[in-house]
Design a protein around this ligand. Structure first.
Ligand code: GDP
Length: 181
């Protein structure tokens, strides 16, 4: 259901995670409803906006992309400082991106004054079986869930390509942000 009327709440969600895990595609899929394979830096703006209905409220979400910035350069820090929630992505077909999640969480905790809700997303779920068949070692659901639990984060496995769990991931984070009020 598309919300009507003015927003009751506006939240800033910052997308985090290594380069190429799919942050830009995630934002595009959620805000525009389609997969755009080669976004590059074509988004052109810092964030995209979408209003959804959560818990009988119209919640306007600004999804901020940190593409093109190296980890925790000053610009990125400023983004995280103002975040109401963080969508932290890794690529399930790229173990390195999963191993770097801890560093991302540490960095986020360092710059934010209060605990910010985090949703951990194992993205590119659509590629896991195929990648495994090719001998690429992938990140299991159980590994992702365990890491999320250790860090009190919500856990989802998503695909910006198929759209699997994209809305669910954003909804789960939105509920957490509403609880922080
Ligand atoms: P970012 O650097 O984290 O913003 O990553 P991008 O959104 O630019 O995506 C990097 C690459 O991964 C692009 O080639 C995308 O087409 C691809 N990609 C992103 N998400 C998915 C996904 O869920 N499934 C598949 N198969 N490819 C994806």
């Amino acid at each position: 259901l598309e919300p009507t009327g003015p927003p009751d709440r506006t939240f800033k969600i910052v997308l985090a995670g290594d380069a190429a895990v799919g942050k830009s595609c995630f934002i595009f899929r959620f805000c525009k409803g389609v997969f755009h394979k080669n976004l590059g830096s074509t988004l052109g703006v810092d964030f995209q906006v979408k209003t959804i209905r959560v818990d009988n409220r119209n919640v306007t979400l600004q999804l901020w992309d940190t593409a093109g910035q190296e980890r925790f350069r000053s610009m990125t820090k400023a983004y995280f400082r103002r975040a109401d929630g963080v969508m932290l992505l890794y690529d399930v077909t790229n173990e390195k991106s999963f191993l770097n999640v801890r560093q991302w969480i540490q960095g986020i905790e360092e710059v934010t004054e209060r605990a910010v809700p985090i949703t951990l997303c194992g993205n590119k779920l659509d590629l896991r079986n195929e990648s495994r068949a090719q001998g690429i070692s992938c990140v299991d659901t159980s590994q992702g869930r365990k890491l999320a639990e250790e860090n009190k984060a919500i856990f989802m496995e998503t695909s910006s390509k198929t759209g699997d769990n994209i809305l669910e991931a954003v909804l789960a984070l939105s509920y957490e942000m509403l609880m922080q009020e």
